[in-house]
Design a protein around this ligand. Sequence first.
Ligand code: PLP
Length: 428
Amino acid sequence: MPTAYERMSDAELSAAIAALESQADELRAKGLKLDMARGKPSPQQTALSKPMLDLLNSSSDLTDQGVAVDNYGAPDGLPSARALAAEILGVDPKNVVVIGSSSLNLMHDVICHAYTHGIGGNKPWSQQGKIRFLCPSPGYDRHFKVTAHYGIENVPIPMNEDGPDMAMVKRLVEGDPSVKGIWCVPKYANPTGAVYSDAVVRKFASLEPAAPDFRIFWDNAYVVHTFRGEGEELLNIFDALKETGKDDLVYEFGSTAKVTFPSSGMAFMTASPADMSDIRAAFSVMRVSPEKISQLAHVKFLRNLDGVKAHMAKHAEIVRPRFDLVQSKLHEGLDGLDCATWTNPNGGYFVSFDGPQGSAKATVALAAQLGVKLTPAGATWPYGKDPNDSNIRIAPTYPTLDDLGSALDVFVVAVKLVSARLAMEERK
Ligand code: PLP
C-alpha cells in the first residue's frame, strides 16, 4: 500500500516536508541526548534486586545442601541454583548446569567447543568445510556475531508472528548437512517479541537434520519476562521432544541477567543427558568450578519459580508503562500514514519497527542528528544487512518515561520526514 506521502500531490508533499523539516529543526535546537539503543533494565529495575546484596555477610552459612560455596567444587553449580534454573526452564535439574553470569558466554563457549572439538562424536565444525547457521531475522545481533566470529555463514530466515518460517527451516535443516544450527529466542523474541506457537515448537522437535551435529540453540532469555497480563505459554521444547522421541537436538540457555543484575546474574543451560555430558567435559577444561557466592545470593533472594514470578511482577510495573507509551506515541504520530508497522509484545525488551523500504538507515541517522541514539539500522540482520533497510529495534526500558516520551517524539518526526523524502525521491 502506498504511504500517505506517496498519495499526496506534489504541492502537498512539498508542504509536508517543509513542515516536518521545521519540526526537526525545533527538536534539534533542544540539544537532546537520549538513548533508545540497547535493551538494558532501568536503574529503577536493577534497584529491585539490591536487597539481594544484604543476604550474605561474613556470618552467613556458606554451604548449600552440604556443598561448600566458598571453595572449589560443584562444577555444575550449586544444587539449589540448579534446581531454581531447572524450575525456570521446566526441565530436570540433573541436566542443568549453572555457570557464570552470561548466557551469551555459554552460547559462545558451546559454539567454540563444536568448532574446535566437534559434538556428538562428529568431526569439529572447523574441519567440515563451509558450514552454515540459520538466523531468524530480525533477530539478536549478538547471536549473529558469535557465529560470524567463527567464520560460520549466517543465513537469514524470515520471522513470522508465530516464529521462524518453518517450511524454510525444515528444507534447509533436512536437506543440507552443512547447516549446523539455528538461533532461536522462542519467547518474546528479540526484537519482534513473538512467542513461538505450539505448532512451531512441535515442528522444531520433529526436525530430522541432515547433519548429525545439528543443534537448535534455544535461547530462552525472556522466559519469565511478561509485563502485561498472564503472558503467553511457550510449549516446553523438551516436552515436545518427548512426544517426537527425539534426543540430542536442543541446547537451551537462560539467565537472570534481566531478573536481577545484567552481567552479575546467573547463567544456565540444559540439553539431553548425552549432550550435557559432552558439554560438561568441555566446560571442565575452561574452569575448575563456577562462581558460587552469587548463586547462593540468588537462591536466597529468589528462592523458587514463584519467587521469580513475584519479582518479575515488580519489573512489569516499571516496564509496562514504557511499552504502553511506545504504543500510544507511535499510534498518535503514525496512524493513517501507512508508512510503518510495529509489534506490540506482552513481554521481553523490544518493539520491532518497520518503516518503508530503504528508510531505516536514514531514520536512525536523522534521529541521531536530533539527539536520539537508536540501535544501528541493520543490526537485527546477519552481517548488519537488512535487505529491505526497513527494520529498527526500539528498546524502551532504560530511559525514564519522560525521556522515552521525548525520544519517541523525535523518532516519529524522523520516520515521517524520511518517509516523505523517500516519496519525493520516487518522483524525481
Ligand atoms: N539472549 C538474548 C535474546 C538477549 O536479548 C540478551 C541480552 O539482550 C542476552 C541473551 C544476553 O544475556 P546474558 O546477559 O545472560 O549474556
